[in-house]
Each structure stands twice: as structure tokens, then as C-alpha cells.
Design a protein around this ligand. Structure first.
Ligand code: MG
Length: 383
């Protein structure tokens, strides 16, 4: 198998943990990070959070949890091929969506509107907030006390104001430096995973058809490849044979292009990776193909009228919950109420409310909304 590359993240070059801890026995520091993420409460909640389809719409659609597992598996594969730190890539991938609200992007967009006067809401920053502060599992510290490089990988983007508030972790956004190659891989594995599984779920739900998708070059090419290998193949098997070819094509292109970028750049150390331009990328040809697929998914799946109707209802749920808690803190569970009452400013209180709402699963939010508002149009979610 590949040897560890000199530019991989290793424990010896790591900037370590915020709180010093004794080293783990019989496992590495990044394995420990992965294990902590899997044991966290926020990770288990991903099972009941929307990816594109609301959790109860069907048992076979992706949820945030299965999406995160697919991202982790793709990230590990690419990291291993390039001689990088597999455990770090896996840990970042498993944690990358921990901060997602219920109801997917619609939920995050609405919570961001609600938090407009209080610093906004961004799921990526919320993922970091969960692992740094909100998880309550250890006696000695808040959060999971993860390694610097795991936290750095979770924080994909950041405004200059937030970057300044984050100190060392935010510095790269101010200095326009890059994160580790492992983090760069997860970024693209995320996109690779959802582009492919959304095609699968889109076809399964019949919001998309294969005939429609034939207008997209990468799909048409891979479907032709599957049909010429297996004449007469049809139905779900043809869909899966097509999608596995798409994933294979993307992953191989990503590995090859990145490997040649690394060679051409001459980077030998992690510091040189940070100073170099982004090295993990697809070839120009594959980037265009992927962009065509993403545009197709945006126009035909994410903006499908059935998805938009659901978006509209779920945004109302988030807005109603936020308004209700802000008016009456007593509606919050005791623990959150205590935090909210302790916080001095309205903005601190709003953050506690946002943390609480962001932590909800889809069905909990629906149930809570029903409890507070009785039967309303927004409750039509189960109808
Ligand atoms: Mg994701």
C-alpha cells in the first residue's frame, strides 16, 4: 500500500488539542477524534435530518447520516490513494455536517434569516461550535477537544469577522492560506457524494427520469458504458451501474489530477501545502462535467415544485419556533433555558435559541411546532 506522504498531516506535525490530554493507548490521536465524533449526540441526530428529502418521505432516501458516511468512505479512498492521513479525512467527513439544522438547506436559510440581527447562522460554523463547545460529554472540557487539523477541516469557509474571533483557527482565512490536503479532499468528496446520491434518490423518487438525465454528458456517457457492457440491462440495476461508473470516473480523475498537481508544485511538507494554491482538484474537463450535473440537479431536483413546497412549509416551522422561543424563554427545556437566562444580551439569548433549533431532528421540530401552534398548514408535512 502507499507509504505516508511527507506532506500528510501526522501527529508529529499537528498543532494538537486545545486542552492537553494524556495520549490515547492503542490508537492514534486522529482515530480518537473519529471515535469521539461517532460517539457524539449530534452525530446520532444526523439519522433524522433531511438531506434533500424530508426524513419520513421514504426509508431508502439519503439522510444526513448516510450522506456523511458516503463522504467519509470517498474521502478515505482518495486519502489512501494519495498516501495521506485516512483517519483525519474520515473524522472531518463524519463531522462536516454536524451543524446542519432540521430540513436541510431550507432550515439553515430560515434560521439565518431569523438570526439576521444577531450575527446570522451558518451550518459550517455551527459544526465547529458543536465539536468545540456544545457537546457535553467530558468532565474536563466542553465539546470534544479535537485536534487542530480536524477542526480546521470542519471549518470550510468563514467570514473575516468570524475568522478574527476564532484566533489561530481563523487565521488562514485572513492570510488566504490553504488547509491540509485531507481537508481539501473532504470538500470535494462532499460534492462527489451528493451529486451521485441525489441522482439516485431523484430517480427513486421519480422527481427525475433517466431520459431527462441523458441530457447530462457524464450520466449519458456512463449509462452508455453500462449498457454496452450489459446489453438489455434495465431498471434499478442500470441506474446503479451508471452511478458507480460516475463515481469511479470522478474519483480516479480527482486522484490523478491531484497527484500531478502535487508533483508539479514540488510541495514536500504540510507547511508548503498551506502556502501552495489548492492542490486537490479535478481536471478541467471533469470540472465542466460536474458543473453541468450540478446545474441540472439544481434546476430539476432542488427546485422541483414538490421539493419547493416542502421547503416553504419547513421554513415556516423554523420561523415560528424561533419567534415563539424568543418571546417566551420558558418554552425552552430547562438546560437551554438556564443558558438563555444566564446570557446577558438579546443576541446571546438568540444564539441559545438557534443552538436549540439547529440541534432538532426533522420530526422533533414538526412535533414541537405542533405542540406550540396546534394544527396549522405547516403541519401538513405528514399529510
Ligand atoms: Mg455535506
Amino acid at each position: 500500500m502507499n507509504k505516508t506522504a511527507t506532506y500528510a498531516v501526522t501527529e508529529s506535525v499537528s498543532r494538537g488539542r486545545r486542552h492537553t490530554e494524556p495520549p490515547p493507548r492503542e490508537r492514534g490521536e486522529f482515530q480518537r477524534d473519529r471515535d469521539r465524533i461517532i460517539h457524539s449526540t449530534a452525530f446520532r441526530r444526523l439519522e433524522y435530518k433531511t438531506q434533500v428529502f424530508i426524513n419520513h418521505e421514504g426509508d431508502l432516501f439519503r439522510t444526513r447520516l448516510t450522506h456523511s458516511l458516503e463522504v467519509a468512505q470517498l474521502s478515505r479512498g482518495v486519502a489512501r490513494a494519495l498516501g495521506l492521513n485516512e483517519e483525519l479525512a474520515e473524522a472531518v467527513a463524519l463531522a462536516h455536517d454536524l451543524g446542519h439544522t432540521p430540513f436541510g438547506h431550507a432550515g439553515q436559510d430560515e434560521l439565518n434569516v431569523c438570526m439576521g440581527a444577531f450575527g446570522g447562522f451558518e451550518h459550517n460554523l455551527q459544526s465547529l461550535r458543536i465539536v468545540d463547545t456544545l457537546e457535553e460529554r467530558y468532565a474536563a472540557f466542553d465539546g470534544l477537544n479535537l485536534m487542530f487539523e480536524t477542526r480546521e477541516g470542519i471549518l470550510k469557509h468563514c467570514s473575516p469577522a468570524n475568522a478574527r474571533a476564532l484566533g489561530e483557527l481563523g487565521r488562514r482565512f485572513i492570510e488566504a492560506a490553504r488547509p491540509s490536503l485531507e481537508a481539501q479532499i473532504v470538500n470535494l468528496a462532499d460534492e462527489m457524494a451528493y451529486c451521485n446520491h441525489d441522482v439516485d434518490d431523484g430517480l427513486r423518487s421519480e422527481l427525475l427520469s433517466s431520459e431527462q438525465l441523458d441530457a447530462v454528458a457524464i450520466f449519458a456517457q456512463c449509462r452508455r458504458g453500462a449498457e454496452s457492457c450489459w446489453p438489455g440491462l434495465a431498471g434499478r440495476r442500470l441506474v446503479h451501474e451508471t452511478i458507480r461508473r460516475m463515481i469511479d470516473m470522478l474519483a480516479l480523475d480527482l486522484i490523478n489530477r491531484t497527484r500531478s498537481n502535487i508533483t508539479r508544485s514540488g510541495v514536500k511538507t504540510l507547511d508548503e501545502v498551506r502556502a501552495a494554491p489548492v492542490l486537490v482538484e479535478y481536471s478541467e474537463e471533469m470540472r465542466l462535467k460536474l458543473r453541468e450535473l450540478k446545474t441540472f440537479l439544481f434546476d430539476n431536483l432542488y427546485r422541483h415544485e414538490r421539493v419547493l413546497r416542502m421547503t416553504h412549509k419547513t421554513r415556516r416551522i423554523i420561523a415560528d419556533l424561533f419567534a415563539a422561543y424568543m418571546v417566551e424563554l420558558d418554552l425552552l427545556p430547562a438546560q437551554h433555558r438556564a443558558r438563555a437566562c444566564k446570557s446577558g444580551s438579546e443576541s446571546d439569548r438568540a444564539r441559545v435559541v438557534a443552538d436549540y433549533i439547529a440541534g432538532m431532528t426533522d420530526r422533533y421540530a414538526v412535533k414541537e411546532h405542533r405542540r406550540l401552534h396546534g394544527k396549522t398548514e405547516a403541519n401538513g408535512l405528514h399529510g
